[in-house]
Design a protein around this ligand. Sequence first.
Ligand SMILES: Cc1ncc(COP(=O)(O)O)c(C=O)c1O
Length: 390
Amino acid sequence: MATRQNGIRLAGRLDEVGFSDIVQIRKKVMELRATGVRVLALDGGEPFFETPEEIKQAGIMALKEGHTRYAPSCGLLPLRQALARKLATKNNMRATADEVIVTVGGMQALYAAFQSVLDPGDDMLVFSPYRTPIADLVTGTQARPLLVPMVSARRNGLVATMEQFATPQTRAIYYNTPSSPSGVVFTRAEAEEVAAFAIERDLVVIADEAYEDLVYDGQHVSIASLPGMAERTITCYSFSKTYAMSGWRAGYAVAREPFMTALHKMVLYSTNGVSTPVQHAMMQALATPEAEIARRREEYQQRRDLLVTGLNDVGLECPSPAGAFYAFPFADKINRNSRKAAEILLDKAHIATIPGTVFGAQGEGHLRFSYAVPLQEIEDCVEALRAFFA
Ligand SMILES: Cc1ncc(COP(=O)(O)O)c(C=O)c1O
């Protein structure tokens, strides 16, 4: 139902779409800093290192060489060809350049995917805890997110749990591996279970592989590479994490028809493509040697181990996350209410985290700590936690 404010009627489909209260936490951190307090900011969600120099240079060169005009709205052909090669070698996915679309970050890929698949009244299965904007992307189509608790899914079986929550209106599954905020990496066997369920029920899968290069335990499996899945999956990728390009807003999606035409319409009538110099920088990023990506992964792993050990040592029970760059410990030793726990930690120990409740009901009782920060900051955080609990 459309609502009126100041006598103005807005489109009703935005009524249920919210803003994450992560913004409120950032505001509080800034206020504290303004008073001279040193805040350990483990609330973020982007890499600790700068965009590598050669990628920056490629963007600068593109400008200098006059690549300042419209690119095709689906993306430059050489970039899409390079992405198709990457998908074949790294993700075991056979896609043509026409089955790849360049997007303004992984976020636009996800937005276009949800808009392309969901109708008002549809339902979508979402493993929970989930990344906060996902529920808003679903409700923005006037569909409904059905939260599938990840812990019970792993305990009782993925299929049995999805069966329990699916409705006749269920049209799609959001499948994020490695997952934010829990760091869960779905195993190949789990991917096969989700795929079998999608095929049996004729569901579309929207796969989010933004953290594909940050798997420490186990292996990254692209669900679209499994038999029968390429034709029913839209896979969304981001350059933000692997290449530390969050501010460039670079991503892409891969899908077959009829999805690709729909995705193309969404991109065409929103941004009409990605900035041309950014696409040149993306081509350079794709030339990054795998050894370099592996080296950075090791740096993240070192951070993960340091933080997770520190959290467990002070009694904030934390299973080691297999992927992404977040630790998601239980927070009840501070407070059962995660909002209160985050507030106490910020006020008393000057550590900024995100309350688990913003990631859905299944996140309550937890705090999200990002370890995509300098090592020193993790050491200081562990020290501050020890002092807090002393
Ligand atoms: C799971 C996941 N998917 C997608 C994105 C979108 O990334 P971007 O729009 O920066 O490419 C993020 C960013 O935090 C993420 O955590």
